[in-house]
Design a protein around this ligand. Structure first.
Ligand code: F3S
Length: 771
């Protein structure tokens, strides 16, 4: 058809620069020697280096120890931003004074639509309620030549998969599930806005060369097992920290049996194990997907490239490539898994789940089942769920729980509508929400009658399940599963149901048992375009456009640069708060209702650390001033900032896990925080802290965590020197309590808390610090 989107011109513009990448790969081979075997992740990453020799040979024993050591200076091909994080990214980009972005970029309005009654009501309300933000984003996009996908167009990662991702591409996205694009063979990395700005201004983006974890897939999925179960099971094995500093690269015969969207689901949730990104090699599933999304010319080109001799092959790993570690998963014997509640790595095989519900006293009643989201809204996912709904409807059954469906994009929605899939869901009582994040990001007005604070259970096919993630209610037990399983559970209305073995009573009295779901991988005649209003603006800069920010806005505020980093060490930082246990970016900067302040740093800072548990009292969001008076954390932080007291936070492992939310770094900085001292950091958050001028320090001996208390005074010794040397090294901290160095009063006798490897290399390039 002539009016199919994207046009052939768009597709040509979005095709990765293969000739250049092949030349760069040849240069990498020259630098490392022809005998050096490379993984797929290394090939794509290193082909995007600004200067292969400099990045690969310095500090690596001449190329012998690249992974985990080399400081890669990368030039990504494109940038994608979602509406919540794009605000701060654009505010930072604006402060750089450039006329257009240096690489192609896109903005996707998906995070700010509340899911409640269904798309027809929710979407117009969401647009009305967020108009000034959408207007700002659209005006900035038009000015700088960024493609702007309006609210309703879809969720960033679906839209990227359908339009931009391609084998061999390297992109940055201001959202932690950006690796979703790895399902189509791209290296796609989730970053904060300041990192995105690096790429947008053509500064090299720096990354410590990741290690590569190989996941070998064998066999073939069947029955109830789905791609989601691959990553749910893997998350249980690796834990939320198992992928830190690593790229997960899938290989083995099982890869060729998976669909492109299934691979994207698997890559999407690599974020849940902390991986830098995840990637699949070019495989048979990619070709029909590229055709169905109207990108046949890319399919032809990558098919040709994938046949090139190994030495020049950008799209497959070398046959002798070595991984830092290998995990094997047999798809043929894989059981469906359910992960949660409250953490994505608590993984239980379906057959053991009912017993786990009982043993842990998790709610047995299921309040809501929610399918879709960026993780699981493919045509295959939805048609498999549809099959179950049809089976149940034929037996006279209706879902016992509330049932919500979120299509990932307008393409998916329109195609499912054309194929009657949505009508099937709706006639079963399902509510089709807008093509947006909605309940996945806490934008959910619940209609299932659950009273806040009452322990209750929901099943979602989403990717994340930290406490309060979906509805702001810490009493909600969120379990992650495949869309098929969520659908079946919604019919049972209980969390203890096992559709493989259990029957449901029917009105006719004849017991009903589901057959394993069957779906269709792709629509027979390609995806429908849907409503043309949801197509993006063309990415052509127009300097005459004026960017819309109301000076009285409560939602958008132009950024003032922070004062520069002091030329000396810190003499007297005060411990604002000692955090106990998990501290995610949701804990540090809550989402849900706060999302509306993403472009207004003073206002959003009112949520800083409000989810953090006080290690000394067990209370949440209760900090104590030096005089013993109790305040909320933001209150005390502001008070100290206003009287000139700079502060630090002490925390445990994986501080800042979860998302790429740079507000979690900006807000502490804005409120006077200078150091976060933790047992360990999540990668993206650590980088975000550095970019905003907050020093992330890790304990050399994590038992020293026990030595520090809130309101202690901390002096840094050697920090300035470490920063000047590029950021790696040891910093000593002197901790004083009531003017005395605390050593005397403490059993361990150590007056100095050592920290190591603060890795501050990218610190000085903070875009926001530019005058
Ligand atoms: Fe949106 Fe949830 Fe994905 S918030 S981008 S649908 S993880």
């Amino acid at each position: 058809a002539t009016n199919v989107y994207p046009s052939q011109r768009d597709v040509a513009a979005r095709t990765p620069p293969y000739s250049k990448l092949l030349r760069n790969l040849a240069r990498v081979r020259e630098v490392l020697g022809p005998a050096r075997a490379l993984t797929l992740a290394e090939k794509i990453l290193y082909s995007h280096l600004e200067n292969a020799e400099e990045s690969l040979l310095s500090g690596t024993d001449n190329g012998a120890r690249i992974r985990g050591n080399a400081n890669l200076k990368l030039k990504p091909d494109r940038v994608a931003m979602q509406d919540a994080s794009a605000q701060m990214a654009l505010l930072q980009f604006m402060s750089c004074g450039l006329p257009a972005t240096a690489v192609p970029a896109s903005i996707h309005c998906d995070h700010m639509i509340v899911g409640e009654k269904g798309a027809d009501v929710d979407l117009p309300e969401g647009i009305k309620g967020n108009k000034e933000v959408f207007d700002f984003l659209e005006s900035a996009a038009k000015k700088y030549g960024i493609e702007f996908w309006p609210p309703g167009a879809g969720i960033i990662h679906q839209t990227v998969l359908e339009n931009y991702s391609a084998p061999g591409l390297m992109m940055l996205g201001t959202d932690s599930h950006t690796p979703n694009a790895g399902g189509l063979g791209a290296i796609a990395i989730g970053v904060g806005g300041a990192d995105a700005v690096d790429a947008l201004v053509d500064a090299p983006w720096e990354l410590k060369a990741p290690k590569v974890l190989g996941v070998r897939l064998e066999g073939e999925l069947s029955g109830w097992a789905s791609p989601k179960d691959v990553i749910l099971a893997l998350a249980g094995r690796l834990t939320v920290r198992g992928g830190t500093g690593k790229i997960i690269e899938y290989f083995g015969p099982g890869v060729d049996t998976l669909s492109c969207t299934g691979m994207a689901t698997i890559c999407n949730m690599g974020a849940e194990v902390g991986a830098t990104t995840s990637i699949f090699p070019f495989s048979p599933g990619h070709v029909p997907y590229l055709h169905a999304t109207h990108r046949g010319s890319i399919a032809d080109e990558v098919t040709k490239l994938s046949g090139m001799p190994e030495a020049q092959n950008l799209l497959r790993p070398d046959s002798k490539a070595e991984y830092d570690d290998v995990v094997t998963i047999n798809l043929s014997t894989l059981e469906p898994h359910i992960n949660g509640p409250f953490t994505p790595d608590l993984s239980t095989p379906l057959s053991q789940f009912a017993a786990a519900v009982e043993a842990n006293n998790w709610p047995a009643e299921l309040s809501s089942g929610l399918i879709g989201s960026c993780t699981n809204s493919s045509y295959a996912d939805m048609t498999r769920a549809e099959d179950l709904v049809k089976q149940a409807a034929a037996a006279g059954l209706e879902p016992k729980s509330k049932f919500f469906i979120t299509p990932g994009s307008e393409q998916i929605r329109a195609t499912l509508e054309a194929d009657n899939t949505l009508q099937t869901f709706e006639s079963a009582g399902g509510v089709v929400l807008a093509n947006a994040c909605g309940p996945c990001i806490g934008m959910w007005k619940r209609t299932d009658g659950v009273v806040k604070g009452t322990p209750n259970a929901i099943f979602t096919s989403y990717n994340r399940n930290f406490p309060a993630r979906n509805d702001g209610d810490r009493a909600t037990h969120n379990f992650l599963a495949s869309p098929e399983l969520v659908t079946a559970m919604a019919y049972a209305g209980t969390t203890t149901f096992n559709p493989l073995t259990d029957e449901l009573p029917t009105p006719s009295g004849k017991p009903f048992k589901f057959h394993p779901p069957e779906g269709r991988t792709l629509p027979d005649s390609g995806f429908a375009q849907g409503n043309p209003e949801f197509l993006p603006t063309p990415g052509v800069p127009d300097p005459s456009v004026e960017i819309k920010i109301d000076p009285n806005s409560t939602r958008l505020a132009v950024l003032d640069p922070f004062p520069p980093f002091p030329p000396t060490d810190f003499k007297a930082l005060r411990v604002l708060y000692k955090v106990k246990g998990q501290c995610t970016t949701d804990t540090i900067s809550a989402a849900g209702p706060w999302l509306k302040f993403k472009g207004h740093l003073p206002n959003i800072s009112e949520n800083t650390l409000i989810g953090a548990v006080n290690a000394e009292t067990g209370e949440t969001n209760t900090a104590y001033d030096v005089d013993g008076s109790a305040r909320t954390i933001p209150e005390l932080a502001k008070r100290w900032r206003d009287n000139g007291t700079e502060w630090l936070v002490v925390a445990e492992h994986n501080y800042g896990e979860g998302s790429a939310r740079e507000h979690a770094a900006l807000q502490p900085r804005y409120l006077g925080g200078r150091v976060i001292l933790a047992k360990s950091f999540a990668r993206i958050h650590e980088t975000n802290l550095k970019k905003q001028g907050v020093v992330p320090l890790t304990f050399a001996d994590e038992a020293d965590y026990d030595l520090i208390r809130s309101c202690d005074e901390v002096e840094t010794v050697g920090l300035r020197e470490v920063l000047e040397k590029g950021g790696e090294g040891e910093v000593r901290l002197l901790v004083r309590r009531g003017g005395e160095v605390v050593a005397e009063g403490l059993k361990r006798g150590g007056r100095v808390i050592r920290t190591e490897k603060s890795k501050m290399s990218s610190y000085s390039r903070s875009a926001i610090q530019k005058p």
